[in-house]
Design a protein around this ligand. Structure first.
Ligand SMILES: Cc1ncc(COP(=O)(O)O)c(C=O)c1O
Length: 504
């Protein structure tokens, strides 16, 4: 094995990490699947034959260059496409370090440092959430939660915990006769239905509660839905409150949800995958008021905080529930008579091997400090506020589709003959069918141009049934110049596309 190859490949990764594309560089050097396959065919085919020979060092280096060239540059300040962006370089190094040490966070024996780090960061996250942890013991043996591979998995685990509380013998006897119900807002994440399917509750067990124009659950509708479920002989199991919805970054009123859950003995799970990180900011933490009353709280640090995917904490109000629900007591791994067995986190979760995701968070937190974390949130919201103001001052070229006051800006490009147009606050529902149809077809056409030219990446999705753009702010490298450039690009593509569609 030539170490020269490893050094050459690692150098490319480090160069990219320290000097990623920015400004007018392309966000994506777009190629269709067949073009990509043929580009790689010229260097090192993506497809693996029955017999895969050793590639030369130069071909491997060239292939890595192609990977870098044709991947989406999510740290580019004009990538505002999804609920993640702008990885913190320190977190990337933490990820590499964890991979280099390649261990599992199952036992203290195999991961002594990482076990303590996991327990420490969970303790601090729980403190931020207002969960009952002892501040004098910042590295507890039993942490107030665990890291899991993503937010959807966190919600799956939380619903299993709820079911276990409701029916303690569910682990041994399987599902009982109760018709269980899970309540989530219409703007909530699809992890709810997927989890219900996987847990055998069935997707019909998920009751969709109406959300307001901006995407927050309407608490009165939740109260009504819970009562009508009970009246029909079903058993409300869990309410999922969302702190930062995927599309509009809306926050449910967690105190109102907690009141309803307390009245009926329902498990309250908070999906803070996206907006949980508002807790880092003095200015924005009020959005999660009431989270301290939840039974479980899932929080993706790989979204707003740029700690590389995946980095997900599931916090539990009563952490003893984890072992009771998930332990399998495998005596070849979790021997109770070995040194420091009380620190073994692995039997408090479903997974066996677990990545040491806490390391990259711990390293980033220590490097940036509480102040750096708060600044990341404050800056993101300030940039979203700037964009909302730019849209308001655009002479009708753009119109907000939801009011919004957090990181997501949801808007439409308006063709000249339809300006000005009010779409927020129910305006979409009042649109004449023809105008609505025209507006609906524009974002996919604009996006296709944007993607082909690689100038920016901004997503679109239906909101109130109308395709709309969504710019998500979390990458600290985004500047007001980037915002102006993206809006100008959408305006230019929109004008071109609208002319073509008028001619058609
Ligand atoms: C609100 C919300 N919840 C849950 C998830 C799912 O998290 P993950 O992708 O880590 O499974 C997302 C992902 O975007 C989300 O936005």
């Amino acid at each position: 094995m030539s170490l020269d190859l490893e050094s050459r490949l690692a150098a490319r990764a480090v160069d990219y990490l320290l000097d990623p594309p920015t400004g007018d560089d392309k966000v994506i050097d777009f190629s269709a699947p067949e073009e990509l396959l043929s580009l790689f065919d010229g260097v090192l085919p993506i497809g693996l034959d029955d017999r895969t020979d050793t590639a030369s060092d130069q071909r491997l280096v060239d292939a890595v260059d192609l990977v870098l060239r044709h991947s989406v540059h999510t740290s580019h300040p004009r990538f505002l496409n999804q609920n993640f962006a702008g990885p913190d370089p320190i977190a990337v190094v933490g990820d590499w370090l964890g991979a280099a040490l390649n261990t599992t966070a199952a036992t203290f024996e195999a991961a002594p440092v990482f076990t303590l780090m996991e327990n420490a960061v969970l303790h601090k996250l729980a403190r931020l959430a207002g969960y009952p942890v002892d501040p004098s013991e910042p590295v507890p043996a039993l942490p107030p939660g665990l890291f899991c591979p993503g937010g959807s998995t966190g919600t799956l685990y939380a619903l299993q915990l709820a079911r276990h509380r409701h029916q303690p013998d569910v682990i041994t006897a399987g599902a009982g006769p109760d018709r269980l119900r899970v309540f989530v807002s219409a703007a909530g994440h699809y992890a709810a239905t997927k989890s219900a399917a996987l847990l055998g509750l069935g997707t019909d067990a998920v009751v969709e509660v109406a959300a307001d124009h901006d995407g927050a659950m309407i608490p009165d509708d939740l109260a009504t839905a819970v009562r009508s479920s009970i009246d029909r002989g079903a058993t409300p199991l869990a309410v999922i409150g969302t702190a930062g919805t995927t599309v509009t970054s809306a926050f449910d009123d967690l105190n109102a949800l907690a009141d309803i859950c307390a009245e009926h003995g329902i498990w309250l799970h908070v999906d803070g995958c996206y907006g949980g990180s508002a807790l880092f900011s003095e200015r924005h933490r009020h959005r999660l008021a009431g989270v301290e009353r939840s039974d479980s709280f899932v929080w993706n640090l790989h979204k707003m905080m740029g700690v590389t995917q995946q980095c997900t904490a599931l916090l539990i109000q009563d952490p003893a529930r984890l072992g009771a629900c998930f332990a399998a007591n495998a005596d070849y791994l979790f021997q109770s008579d070995k040194l420091n067995a009380e620190y073994d986190n692995g039997d408090r979760t479903f997974q066996c091997a677990r990545r040491v995701d806490s390391l990259k968070l711990w390293l980033t937190w220590r490097a940036r400090g509480d102040a750096g974390f708060a600044e990341r949130i404050d800056r993101a919201v300030a940039m979203a506020d700037h964009t909302r103001a730019a849209i308001d001052a655009s002479d009708g070229r753009f119109a907000p589709v939801v009011a919004g006051d957090f990181t997501n800006v949801v808007f439409a490009w308006i063709p000249p003959d339809l300006r000005p147009l009010t779409l927020a606050g129910g305006g979409v529902d009042a649109l004449p069918a023809d105008d609505r149809d025209r507006l609906h077809r524009l974002p996919p056409a604009i996006k296709a141009r944007m993607q082909a030219e690689g100038t920016a990446m901004v997503g679109y999705q239906p909101v109130h049934g109308l395709n709309t753009f969504r710019m998500l702010f979390m990458n600290p490298r985004v500047t007001t110049d980037d915002v102006e450039a993206i809006l100008a690009g959408i305006d230019e593509y929109g004008s071109d596309v609208a002319q073509v569609s008028i001619r058609d």
